[in-house]
Design a binder for this molecule. Sequence first.
Ligand code: AMP
Length: 325
Amino acid sequence: MQPSADSLQIGNYIGALMQWRGMQDDYDAFFTVVDLHAITVAQDPAQLREKTRRTAAQYIAAGIDSSKSTLYVQSQVPAHAELAWILSTITGFGEAGRMTQFKDKSQRYGADQASVGLFTYPILMAADILLYQAEAVPVGDDQKQHVELTRNLAERFNSRFGETFTVPKPVIQGETARIYDLQDPTSKMSKSAESQAGVLYLLDDVNVTAKKIMRAVTDSEGSVRYDRADKPGVANLMTIYSALTGRTLDEIEDEFAGRGYGDFKKAVRDAVVGEFEPVRARALELLEDPAELDRVLAGNADRAAQAAEETLSAVYERVGLLRRG
Ligand code: AMP
């Protein structure tokens, strides 16, 4: 995840962190705060550092456990940038030019504002993945094309230089993990939304969160029923409630049969506040002692670097770079 916000929103929490937390027992997982990716668009240096710590603190507070997984800051493992260079030399210019995310972003910022780093962003992402011989990459739909590029680069390198990289598979998160804006429930929830009234932040005061939920847009039908097309507001609240309580959509419909939206919203509010309160408290506690947080991250970066170096040195060898004697 990019360190692009002071606080994660509930979409990041349900769509990413909760899924990742659940994968930790089954996978030897690597989680990274991608600060090198963040600087592909202009960042304020002091804020970037602060957001990097905040993002890491929220991962830990949400249950990413560094005794099970490796949680580190991308720029603290130089092998990411080094492998990205090597991979850029086997990536076609046209191939990189077909990445739709670059096209979208460069349109948004204007062609003159878009940096070469923004263009080569997916190659750095390929390095993030291939360095750790990853078998699976949990991503949203929008990242599928980048994982496809990663697979192509791995296969190309392997066939040109000999078996070196594991070819990874994307693990695509389903629609049920997608959260929409509470005020505009047909748009994906995002911190860059024009109005903040429909965005629930993990680090917000819980009273603010509670109010936003009670004011969420619903409809005039008055029944708690899952219908994404005709009742997007209610469907979205049901998705949130289901993700946090483990109840199925059918069970939720039964629970609130014959009851109004007021009751339902109170239940959603209690579930969200109950989930966020301890995570927020833990994250703020971690941020009160940045030296200790930095120490934890450094230890994890050492572990990541060890795994990364193994791959990188095989790559340098295969490519024919003369190693220092
Ligand atoms: P971003 O900060 O938008 O790059 O998102 C970081 C992670 O959170 C990615 O894995 C996204 O798929 C996930 N994410 C962001 N917004 C949402 C949302 N509204 N619903 C579900 N997942 C989301």
